[in-house]
Design a protein around this ligand. Structure first.
Ligand SMILES: *[C@@H]1O[C@H](CO)[C@@H](O)[C@H](O)[C@H]1NC(C)=O
Ligand SMILES: *[C@@H]1O[C@H](CO)[C@@H](O)[C@H](O)[C@H]1NC(C)=O
Length: 397
């Protein structure tokens, strides 16, 4: 039996931890607590919110920071991320920089994240069906609905897209599966592009080797939503990671840098209190499994349901490979030399496959990693000149 003193000491310990967590949250930077609308408003661009309904019933939040450019610019976030990501660096973030320069900026939120966790008929809390999607459905359903809304609203004939990570993957799906959308994209600026994961470094490569096991674990434990704000893991991360010192050590040194590449000067402790309060924003377990399959099968292919089920879905025991030669939209590829996820050799492979690569740049900063493309402290020095070089070659104004 527990001694009374042990009991009292444990109680005191638990109460102190609780106090530390509560007090610590009082001292978080203001931007840790602001959502997309509040962040954009704080940095002088009051956004307009649109509700986009996809063909398969998902209700997505789309934000516009209105500007005078003739061609709208759509920013699409990566896996488990949200529109917040483009605003977290405040006045030096990409969304605000573009808006300050007069661009008509649109911020997407794909199905399942904190702003797009809604459906016409399905309840994300009760219907596992809601979570049966990956980058395939994002490219096939979400992007067309978002693009149609923007082109209808602005009366523009095409838009410029800037995407990060999974946001690029979804655009390659779009271009290969829904060919009519290629002509609606002026240019796709791909930041840390992902179509192949042949060269991902550990620990991601270990996860890739375990892909079939991870898939089974998710299935057996009925885990459909992952890293959502109200999931256990999401909740713990959002409380733990913004804590001073310990949060930085565990979440940035323990997780963010090993998976995306080490670049301490660009992700400083004070900023990580902001980014880790916003990221992750939730996704489906299938989204993660599909990426692991891409690495495991060494193929940019549709979701693998297993040999028998594949026949039902695809009339073939293997999932169809995405034809990248059908992606005819102009594509710019920007990659970090130190990106552990979207590696230089994998992006070079992608470059060979795509039909219309108009720009290719390996960032000259040797430490440039996967996250620097959205969160880097000095993006305006080492990244924006490349983005503007591409933007300037198309007549936006
Ligand atoms: C989390 O739960 C709260 C309270 O029930 C709810 O208002 C909020 O929309 C939920 N957020 C997400 C992303 O599930
Ligand atoms: C399914 O595949 C077989 C063999 O590849 C082909 O002969 C058949 O026409 C296909 N069926 C459909 C419905 O596409």
């Amino acid at each position: 039996m527990m001694q009374p003193t042990t009991l009292v000491l444990s109680a005191i310990l638990i109460i102190s931890i609780h106090q530390v967590l509560c007090v610590a949250s009082e001292f978080l930077p203001e931007d840790s607590k602001l959502n997309t609308i509040e962040l954009a408003t704080k940095y002088k661009h009051v956004p307009v919110q649109f509700e986009v309904v996809t063909k398969d019933g998902y209700i997505l939040a789309l934000y516009r920071l209105p500007g005078r450019s003739r061609i709208p610019v759509l920013l699409t976030h990566g896996l488990g991320d949200s529109s917040d990501t483009w605003l977290l660096r405040g006045s030096t973030s990409l969304a605000i920089t573009l808006a300050d320069d007069g661009y008509d900026v649109w911020l997407a939120n794909v199905r399942g994240n904190r702003y797009s966790r809604r459906h016409q008929h399905l309840d994300p809390d009760k219907d596992p069906e809601f979570w049966r999607y990956s980058f395939h459905e994002i490219g096939y359903y979400d992007l067309p609905a978002i693009i149609d809304t923007i082109l209808r609203t602005t009366a523009a004939k095409s838009l410029t897209a800037i995407s990060h990570s999974q946001g690029t993957t979804a655009f390659y799906v779009l271009g290969s599966q829904r060919k009519e959308y290629n002509s609606k994209i002026n240019v796709l600026i791909s930041l840390a592009p992902v179509a192949y994961l042949h060269h991902a470094s550990p620990p991601i490569s270990y996860l890739i080797e375990l892909a079939p096991v991870i898939e089974l674990v998710f299935e057996d434990l009925c885990i459909h939503e992952v890293f959502g704000d109200n999931t256990t893991v999401g909740n713990i991360l959002h409380r733990l990671c913004p804590l001073p010192v310990i949060g930085y050590f565990v979440c940035v040194y323990g997780f963010a840098f090993p998976t995306s590449g080490f670049d301490p000067p660009e992700l400083e402790p004070r900023f990580s209190q902001v980014s880790s309060a916003h990221f992750p924003a939730g996704t489906s377990s299938r989204s993660i499994v599909h990426f692991l399959q891409v690495g495991y099968r060494k193929e940019f292919a549709q979701y693998d349901y297993g040999k028998e089920a594949n026949v039902k879905y695809y009339n073939s025991s293997e999932p169809p490979v995405y034809r990248l030669d059908r992606v005819t939209m102009p594509v710019a590829l920007l990659v970090g030399a130190n990106d552990h996820l979207s590696t230089v050799p994998d992006v070079e492979l992608l470059k060979e496959e795509l039909a219309n690569v108009v720009y290719f740049n390996v960032n000259p900063r040797p430490l440039c990693n996967h996250l620097d493309f959205v969160w880097g402290r000095h993006m305006s020095d080492y990244l924006y000149p490349h983005i503007y070089e591409v933007l300037d070659s198309y007549k936006h104004f």
